[in-house]
Structure formats: structure tokens, C-alpha cells
Design a protein around this ligand. Structure first.
Ligand code: ASP
Length: 423
């Protein structure tokens, strides 16, 4: 059976088990599940899910270092690198703008916060964290790359690797030992990724079961309309905008491409972390969809950190929803500000669970909305995080196919449009 089917089955099973456990106290006859839950869920299922996420995280830093440096070194010369970087960045910023626009359109049409009340909203601890635009920009350069790696600060690490890789391209044959070293490290990390991927269905089962068992279906009641708004917006972006770009600009068949990257998307959904999913995204895009390594190993690590279409869309909806709840009418100018700051906040968000909830403070601060409003949406954040992370990773994968094409590469037959004509 294909891996993505195994993962999908694991997700459904996890959801069913989680629901049963969550309902075990309220539904007569399910009481025995309650004690089972206490002895199995707390000590076993939850930690097993965490273990899986830890295994994925273990891969991130060495994988990013090796793949980013090799990604840049493979490009060969710095001018070509400029062109690859420019196209990647242009694609990322364009798609992020589109997703924010969709979010704003949805939230202004559905108006999920009108008629609601923000009374009693408690700000979560995260809302107190101050995130500023200058902080994001300054944080991009590591004072000490080793420290950045040790602390898992991905964006500054990427900036260092980009520069390091660029230097290697200027050194000719003297760079060979280093290039060989990072090439071999890259191979080894991909192999290790393979081993971890084998565990994905089990990890996904544990993660989904644990989330549903603790949140349950009840949380949907209060903020259901807001959730529908976010999920609808994400769906439009993921099934209309990105596939159209894939088809027309990337000359790639969206459905075939989707089937190749499905394991990465399901992992994104269950881990709610683009960074933790990166090893799988690289493997699916390079080995399954056959997008050239020199493009994918540059575009994907960068995308996992700065390209977050789902997060940007969610932040724009959340900000306007909070304004509606407080009865604050946002002017057109303020909505433009939401548009710009949501884009920046998404770029600044790390590829980890709930990062978007923290950087939402930038958007709220920019238009003068009460940070306490975050308290209204925190309960459903994990669920929405799963959806937006999936779209984030889908956006990165799409980017690799489109940028590869823009760099003049043929679309690989595995994902190209139309049937292959046999000779
Ligand atoms: N969890 C998201 C990601 O890793 C970021 C966010 O919180 O929106 O892509």
C-alpha cells in the first residue's frame, strides 16, 4: 500500500480513537474507555506522538545545513543564484499576497465576528511576547551561526548557509573537499529521513488521537463560523490558486503532483510544523516528483521558513474577526495595513506549531486591535494550525515545481501535464 494511504488511514483511525476517548465520560457505556484512556493515552499515546515529532526535529538542522549549502553550491555561479533566488522570492511573495487577499475577502463576506462578543476573552501567554518588524529583520542575521543551529533558529541559519554556499561557488577547485563533505552529509541525512518516514503512519496516528482526545468536538461551537471562514479561504487557495499556478506556469499536473507530495501534506497536518515536515517534503519533491535537486534543495528549506500562505491567510482572517468581535470597524486603509503586516508576520513566523498565533500580535498591534482578542481564538488554534501548515507546505512544494520550470528545466515526466506518449 502507498505511504500516503497508510498515513490517511492512520489519521482517520486516530481521529476515531481520539473522539471515543474524548466522549468516554459523557456517553453511557463508554465509561470503560475513560480508564483505558487514563492508563494508555496519558502515558503512552501522547508521548509516542511527541517522540515522532522529536525524530523529525532531529533531522532538521543538519538537513537544512547540508541541503541549503548544496542547493546554492550546485547552482554553480552567483549570477544564476541571483536568478533562482529572485524567482523563488517572487513566487513566494506573490502567492502570500494572493492568500491574504483571499482571507480578507472571505472574512469581509462571511463576517464571522459580527454579533459575537469579546467579553471575558483572556489573552494566552503567547500574546505577551513582543514581536516587531525590526526584530524579525535583525533576527535574520546570526551573530553566531553555531548558536543559531544549537537553538534551532532556522532563518538565521539559512542566511548563513546561503552566504556560505555562495562563497563556495567562487572558490573553484579549492572548494571541492567542502562540497564533497556537504554532499555526502546531505545523502546521509536523506537516508536517515527515509528511516524516519517509515514510522510516519504510527506517529500520525498518535498525534491525531492525542489532539482530538484533548480538544474534542465541543470547541467548534463558539468560533465555528470563524473556523469555517479560515478553512474555506485555505481551501480556495490550495485547490484553486496554487493548482492553477502549477498548471499554467509550472506545466505540472496538479493531481499527479499532489499524489507525489501527499505524505508530506499529511505529515504537515498532523505535526502542525513546516520545519518538522521539511525532511519529508524534500524526499517527496526530489525523489517522488523528480524535481531537480539543485532547485528543490534551495526552494524548500527557504519556503519552510519564510513561505507561509496558510499562516498569512489565517492571520488576516483572525485580525478582522477580532475587530468584528470588538465592534471595531476597520477602514480600507487599516485593511491594507492588515494585508501588509499579515504578509510580514507570516514571513517572520517560524515553521513550528502555534508560531502564527504569536506573530498575529504584529498584525493586531499594527492596526491597534486589543491583543486580548487572541484569547478568543486560542482554543481552536491547534486545529487551524494543522490546516494552515498543510497549505504552507503545499505552497512550498508548488513553488519548487514552478520555480524549476521558470529556471528552464523540463517538467519531470512523473508529474507533467498529459499522458506520456510511449515510443
Ligand atoms: N505551524 C505553522 C507552520 O509550521 C506556522 C503557524 O503557526 O502558522 O507552518
Amino acid at each position: 500500500m502507498k505511504l500516503h494511504w497508510k498515513i490517511l488511514i492512520a489519521m482517520v483511525l486516530g481521529a476515531v480513537v481520539g473522539l471515543l476517548v474524548n466522549e468516554s465520560t459523557s456517553v453511557p457505556g463508554l465509561g470503560f474507555l475513560d480508564s483505558a484512556a487514563r492508563s494508555v493515552f496519558g502515558p503512552i499515546i501522547g508521548p509516542l506522538g511527541d517522540l515522532f515529532v522529536k525524530l523529525l526535529k532531529m533531522l532538521i538542522v543538519p538537513l537544512i545545513v547540508a541541503s541549503m549549502i548544496m542547493g546554492v553550491a550546485r547552482v554553480g555561479d552567483v549570477r544564476k543564484l541571483g536568478s533562482l533566488g529572485g524567482k523563488t522570492f517572487a513566487f513566494y511573495i506573490l502567492t502570500t499576497f494572493m492568500s491574504v487577499a483571499i482571507g480578507l475577502l472571505m472574512v469581509n463576506l462571511i463576517r464571522p465576528g459580527i454579533g459575537g462578543s469579546a467579553m471575558g476573552a483572556e489573552a494566552p501567554a503567547a500574546a505577551g511576547t513582543s514581536v516587531t518588524v525590526s526584530g524579525i529583520l535583525l533576527g535574520m542575521v546570526p551573530a553566531n551561526p553555531i548558536k543559531a543551529a544549537a537553538e534551532g533558529q532556522i532563518l538565521p541559519l539559512i542566511v548563513f548557509c546561503l552566504l556560505f554556499g555562495a562563497v563556495l561557488t567562487t572558490m573553484g577547485s579549492r572548494a571541492k573537499p567542502l562540497v564533497d563533505f556537504f554532499d555526502s552529509l546531505n545523502e546521509a541525512m536523506m537516508k536517515l529521513t527515509h528511516w524516519v518516514i517509515w514510522l510516519t503512519p504510527y506517529g500520525v496516528f498518535c498525534l491525531i488521537a492525542a489532539v482530538i482526545a484533548t480538544t474534542g468536538p465541543g470547541i467548534f461551537a463558539n468560533v465555528g463560523k470563524y473556523m469555517i471562514c479560515v478553512i474555506l479561504g485555505l481551501t480556495v487557495h490550495a485547490v484553486v490558486v496554487l493548482p492553477l499556478l502549477l498548471f499554467f506556469v509550472g506545466r505540472t499536473d496538479p493531481r499527479r503532483f499532489l499524489s507525489k507530495v501527499a505524505p508530506a501534506l499529511t505529515t504537515a497536518f498532523s505535526t502542525a510544523s513546516s520545519s518538522a515536515t521539511l525532511p519529508l517534503t524534500l524526499e517527496c519533491v526530489e525523489d517522488e516528483a523528480q524535481i531537480p535537486k539543485r532547485v528543490a534543495s534551495f526552494v524548500l528549506p527557504l519556503g519552510a521558513t519564510i513561505n507561509m500562505d496558510g499562516t498569512a491567510l489565517y492571520e488576516s482572517v483572525a485580525a478582522v474577526f477580532i475587530a468584528q468581535l470588538y465592534g471595531i470597524d476597520l477602514s480600507f486603509g487599516q485593511q491594507v495595513l492588515v494585508f501588509l503586516t499579515a504578509t510580514l508576520a507570516a514571513i517572520g513566523a517560524a515553521g513550528i506549531p502555534s508560531a502564527g498565533l504569536v506573530t498575529l500580535a504584529i498584525v493586531l498591534g499594527a492596526v491597534g486591535l486589543p491583543l486580548h482578542g487572541i484569547g478568543m481564538i486560542v482554543a481552536v488554534d491547534r486545529i487551524l494550525d494543522m490546516f494552515r501548515t498543510t497549505v504552507n507546505v503545499w505552497g512550498d512544494a508548488t513553488g519548487s515545481a514552478v520555480v524549476s520550470r521558470l529556471m528552464g528545466n523540463e517538467t519531470p515526466p512523473e508529474v507533467s501535464i498529459g499522458r506520456r506518449v510511449s515510443a
